[in-house]
Write a protein that binds this ligand. Structure first.
Ligand code: MN
Length: 345
């Protein structure tokens, strides 16, 4: 730890998450940032998530009641490469074109439209491969890896890299959306298809979805057909709460559905939209902040082994850092969970 670091002082703007002055080679956990939101269908902004979270994270006090000396956690930040942002800007208009044409009723088999879809898919393949190679490189040096998006399409490469190292793990997905469409609007690597793509990995033995409240028939059919998938719909969670069941019991049920090794995919829109008002596809309802903190801490208590995680869809408002403030707190909790319960590949 840098001698100048003062855990009781204000965070220093050093370009790192939480202002932690940790060099990658000295770290336990590497945070990779991907400012990417090419396939965002409703409103963009998630590409600004990582920088907004870095800025907001300086305001956090790093005391944590679960983890002694949390401020000494060896969490390192890898700066995003400029090329990722450049390609994000380059490919977004093509994806926008696809979405606009489909919304106008253009035939999805239209030749020019198919060409646009292929361009976007190639852009997303570049991103997936970049995340995969980057994650793999750090995993091979014995580091643990978390990814900060960007939209929800970003973590596929990390899951692929982990799937090569772990042959049986579960995915805990906090989200308003099931994300189980096989391609969305012709885009194979859409944010709305991330869990479909992740469940193509054979190492994924369970997908436990929590907070889901916006989904289509295709996704319901997939949930019913794939016995690896268990979905805790938001409506069902609320019903249990309203008739007097407590969150402790429900949390046990969620955690017990997971195998020993767990990957966490945290879409900020799983939370009540008052906690993420500027996220790309907000949906009313959702989880409270304290509920997810309770759940994450209980995962730690129950001794689950965390193999990796992502946080995605945090989008800053024009004049407010609220979304990023909440995102930074979730990121710190996820990072600490990885530090205390992480298992290296
Ligand atoms: Mn979502």
């Amino acid at each position: 730890m840098d001698n100048n670091f003062d855990p009781n002082g204000v965070g220093i703007a050093n370009g790192c998450y939480f202002g932690l002055p940790i060099e990658p080679q000295d770290s336990d956990l590497i945070l990779l940032s991907y400012p990417w939101d090419v396939t965002t269908s409703y409103r963009p902004g998630a590409s600004k998530g990582p920088q907004a979270i870095i800025n907001a994270s300086l305001q956090l006090d790093l005391y944590n009641s679960r983890v002694p000396k949390a401020w000494e956690s060896k969490i390192a930040t890898i700066e995003p490469e400029a090329e990722i942002s450049q390609r994000n800007h380059y490919f977004r208009p093509f994806a926008k074109g696809v979405i606009e044409q489909l919304e106008k009723g253009v035939n999805p088999k239209d030749h020019d439209l198919l060409r646009l879809m292929r361009i976007v898919n190639r852009g997303c393949e570049y991103l997936n491969n970049h995340v995969y190679e980057n994650a793999k490189k750090w995993l091979e040096t014995g580091k643990m890896v978390g990814v900060v998006g960007g939209d929800h399409s970003v973590p596929l490469g990390l899951v692929k890299a982990l799937a090569e190292k772990h042959d049986d793990f579960g995915v805990l997905q906090i989200d308003a959306h099931a994300d189980l469409r096989k391609a969305f609007m012709g885009l194979k690597y859409s944010h709305a298809s991330i869990m479909y793509n992740i469940t193509q990995e054979k190492s994924v033995s369970a997908l436990i979805q929590v907070g889901i409240r916006d989904l289509c028939q295709e996704e319901i059919d997939r949930i019913n057909k794939d016995d690896r998938i268990t979905t805790f719909m938001d409506e069902a969670l609320k019903k249990r709460e309203f008739i007097g069941e407590n969150w402790d019991t429900v949390s046990d049920e969620i955690i017990d559905a997971l195998p020993e090794k767990v990957y966490i995919s945290f879409d900020i829109d799983g939370l009540d939209p008052s906690l993420c008002p500027n996220t790309g596809t907000p949906v009313p309802g959702g989880l409270k902040y304290d509920q997810v903190i309770f759940l994450l801490r209980k995962i730690a208590e129950k001794g689950k082994k965390i193999i990796g995680f992502d946080l995605n869809e945090v989008a800053p408002g024009k004049d407010s850092e609220w979304d990023a403030n909440v995102g930074a707190r979730i990121l710190f909790e996820l990072s600490l969970l990885m530090i205390t319960n992480g298992v290296k590949a």
